[in-house]
Design a binder for this molecule. Structure first.
Ligand code: MLT
Length: 205
C-alpha cells in the first residue's frame, strides 16, 4: 500500500459516504477525526498524514512561500495521494470518498479534483485556494463540492476563493460556495454547513 501514515475507522452506517480527511499545515492523521465524526457520524474515515515536512510540520506538498506553491511537487504529491486512496479502497473495501480538507489539505483536495477527478466522489474544501496556475481541463461531471471560505481570511483573498469556485464550476462540478464571517480558522458554522451538505448528498454518491 502506498506509504502514508494514516488512521482508518470503519463505517457505522453503510449508507454514509467514506470521508478522506486532509489536515492543515502542522496537523496529522488524528486532527480531523473529530470533525469527520461531527459531520458524518456513520461514515468510514480515512485520514492520512501529509508526507512533506516544513520545519517539522507535516504538509501535503511543498510551498515556496505562504500561498506560493511548488506546483511540480503539488502535482506529484496529488497523484501519490490518489494512489494511496485507490490502495486504501481495496484494502478497506470502501467506495470513492468525499474529501474533507482544511487549508493545506483543502488545497491538495482541490488539486486532486482537477488532476484525477475519479479519485473523489466529492469534496468539502475548507479555506481552499486555487492550487494550480495552469490546471488541465478536468471533467467533474456534476461532482458535488462545498467550498467554505472566511471573509476575513488573511491567507486566502476573496478573489482567490471566487476564482477556485469558478474554475471548479467551469469543469462541471456542482459547487456550493459560501463565504462565512470567519478568518482562516474553522468556526461552528463550518461544522453545521458541512454536516447539512453531506446529509443532502448522501443519497447521491
Ligand atoms: C498552503 O500552503 O496550502 C496554504 O498556504 C494554506 C496553509 O497551509 O497555510
Amino acid at each position: 500500500m502506498t506509504d502514508f501514515i494514516h488512521r482508518f475507522e470503519p463505517a457505522r452506517d453503510a449508507g454514509s459516504p467514506p470521508l478522506l480527511l486532509l489536515h492543515g499545515t502542522g496537523g496529522d492523521e488524528n486532527d480531523l477525526l473529530g470533525l469527520g465524526k461531527m459531520i458524518a457520524p456513520g461514515s468510514a474515515l480515512l485520514s492520512p498524514r501529509g508526507r512533506v515536512l516544513e520545519h517539522g510540520m507535516p504538509r501535503f506538498f511543498r510551498r515556496l512561500a505562504e500561498g506560493v506553491f511548488d506546483e511540480e511537487d503539488l502535482r506529484r504529491r496529488a497523484l501519490e495521494l490518489g494512489e494511496f486512496v485507490a490502495d486504501a479502497r481495496k484494502q478497506y473495501g470502501i467506495a470513492a470518498p468525499v474529501a474533507v480538507g482544511f487549508s493545506n489539505g483543502a488545497n491538495i483536495a482541490a488539486a486532486l479534483l482537477l488532476l484525477k477527478p475519479d479519485v473523489l466522489a466529492g469534496a468539502i474544501l475548507l479555506r481552499a485556494m486555487v492550487p494550480l496556475s495552469d490546471p488541465p481541463k478536468a471533467e467533474l461531471a456534476g461532482k458535488p463540492v462545498l467550498l467554505l471560505s472566511g471573509q476575513a481570511d488573511p491567507i486566502v483573498p476573496a478573489s482567490n476563493s471566487a476564482k477556485l469556485a469558478a474554475l471548479l464550476s467551469e469543469a462541471g462540478a456542482r459547487v456550493d460556495h459560501k463565504v462565512l464571517p470567519a478568518g482562516h480558522q474553522l468556526s461552528q458554522a463550518d461544522v453545521t454547513l458541512a454536516r447539512d451538505w453531506i446529509g443532502n448528498i448522501e443519497a447521491l454518491v
